[in-house]
Design a protein around this ligand. Structure first.
Ligand SMILES: [Zn+2]
Length: 470
């Protein structure tokens, strides 16, 4: 396949070329932010928080690279905080334009963003009370009220509909799978060229989400590479969960499953519920302890066409699972006697109620901690997965004596094989494919693979890099 010359070689001759700034998710999986400058128009695609390593999280406090009030619009791919969590701060710093999202993404952001503000306020408060913060006083990045204020700027956009973002830039959403409402963005720029973003790409055979739409026609592509260097374990998730829950129940232990409130929690509950219905695991109490996950479960009923679970199945899950709503109930769960299952957020043990359960459950070898999603470098989830025998929670060291299991098959991200198969459906090779949203080893492995298998021109931009588009 002929490879087109790289567009930015001609920069010297065309000083006003369109620019794509990589402001996040370059060399890492979090902080997704891409700024497109096309003539006088500035559009931001995604506006996520950096998470994980402390040096990454510190970036959330840095000044925004351009004046937020100069940005005309934001186009969001999906509601996860590493794609939306910076929006309240962007608004606080002066951004006043529209924030475009699909209807389920808008609804999810209405749950996730205020919760993010609340968690940051609580964490700052807790740090001040216990006096373990190096900053005095510890401050939240933004508050729940800031997050609520930013929601007013959201505008819902239908899939497969051309929408003008601002000035010369229009866009269209396609299904990405991944989580409820997640979308691929295909943008049309002023000179007729097109630029597409995979967002987070879902699996080709997820039990709950539809497969990503293929056959894109685009001049430039920004593609995620979270699992660029490894295939998902083809293990049967159902069988693994059945084994883990049964053996832990035999020890009268608790199975603690940290899960993203959006998506993974519902999938895990759907599988556990079905195992119990069919008598494949003992009847035991199952708790969903995340106000956000509880509200999200309601959205699956409100948007029945955006996922694969039937309304009947959803209603049974809501009926049979203990939905924990108050802080008091959540605290009581720390004294739960096994056997039992607790599903709680956050999925990488970076915050939320699951941390209290981790502190209470991890020292007991009868319990099992089950990690079911991607664990970014620097998070407690990754440290435990890498075999660390103690982690710090709220300033205290917690010994990890419990069993630790990792179920890779539950990831909401396409793996390398699935990404390459998705790319192979494209109408033609993009001029340049930029790989982002991956740790350096992942992006690099996927670059080599795409160049070899498809003969495409692939780049792995670093944070702050600017690509000049034709
Ligand atoms: Zn995501």
């Amino acid at each position: 396949m002929p490879v087109a010359p790289r567009a930015h070689r001609f920069l010297a001759h065309y000083p006003d070329l369109m620019k794509l700034h990589f402001l996040g998710a370059a060399g890492t999986v979090t902080g997704s932010k891409y700024l497109i400058e096309d003539a006088d128009t500035r559009v931001l695609v995604d506006c996520g928080l950096f998470q994980g390593y402390k040096n990454l999280r510190k970036r959330n406090w840095a000044p925004f690279p351009v004046d937020p009030s100069s940005i005309d619009a934001v186009v969001v791919t999906h509601a996860h905080l590493d794609h939306t969590g910076y929006l309240p701060l962007l608004v606080k710093k002066g951004f006043s334009g529209p924030i475009y999202a699909t209807a389920p993404t808008k609804a999810l952001a209405g749950i996730l963003l205020p919760d993010s503000g609340r968690i940051q306020e609580e964490d700052a408060e807790y740090a001040n009370k216990k006096g373990f913060s190096k900053h005095s006083p510890a401050m939240p990045l933004y508050t729940e009220a800031d997050a609520v204020a930013s929601l007013k700027q959201f505008e819902a956009v239908d899939l497969h509909t051309d929408t003008r973002a601002a000035g010369s830039v229009s866009f269209r959403y396609l299904r990405a799978g991944h989580i409820l409402g997640a979308a691929i963005v295909r943008m049309q720029l002023s000179r007729g060229s097109s630029l597409s973003f995979s967002g987070d790409l879902g699996r080709s055979d997820d039990p709950v989400m539809p497969r990503p739409e293929g056959a894109l026609e685009t001049d430039y592509l920004v593609c995620e590479s979270t699992y660029g260097n490894r295939p998902h374990d083809p293990e049967d998730v159902r069988t693994r969960l059945k084994e883990i829950i049964t053996t832990t129940a035999d020890r009268e232990g608790i199975v603690l499953i940290p899960a993203f409130a959006v998506g993974r929690s519902q999938t895990v509950l759907a599988i556990i519920h079905s195992l119990m219905e069919k008598g494949e695991i003992p009847n035991l109490p199952v708790y969903l302890n995340s106000p956000m996950a509880v509200s999200t479960t309601d959205l699956y009923l409100r948007f029945p066409h955006d996922h694969l679970l039937g309304p009947e199945e959803m209603r049974e899950i809501e009926r049979d699972i203990h939905l924990v709503r108050s802080v008091e109930e959540s605290k009581e769960l720390n004294y739960l006697k096994g056997p039992g299952v607790i599903v709680s957020a956050s999925g990488m043990l970076t915050g939320g109620r699951v941390l209290h359960h981790l502190a209470a459950m991890a020292p007991n070898p009868n319990n099992t901690l089950v990690l079911v999603g991607y664990q970014a470098g620097g998070t407690r989830g990754r440290r435990i997965l890498d075999g660390e025998t103690k982690v710090k929670v709220h300033g205290q060291w917690v010994p990890i004596n419990c069993q630790v299991e990792d179920i890779g098959g539950l990831s909401a991200h396409a793996d390398a094989d699935e990404i390459v198969r998705w790319l192979a459906t494209f109408e033609h090779a993009p001029l340049t494919t930029f790989l982002t949203h991956g740790e350096p080893d992942s992006s690099e492995a996927l670059r080599v693979r795409i160049e070899h298998d498809l003969g495409w021109n692939v780049e792995t931009p670093v944070l702050g890099e600017v690509a000049h588009l034709d």
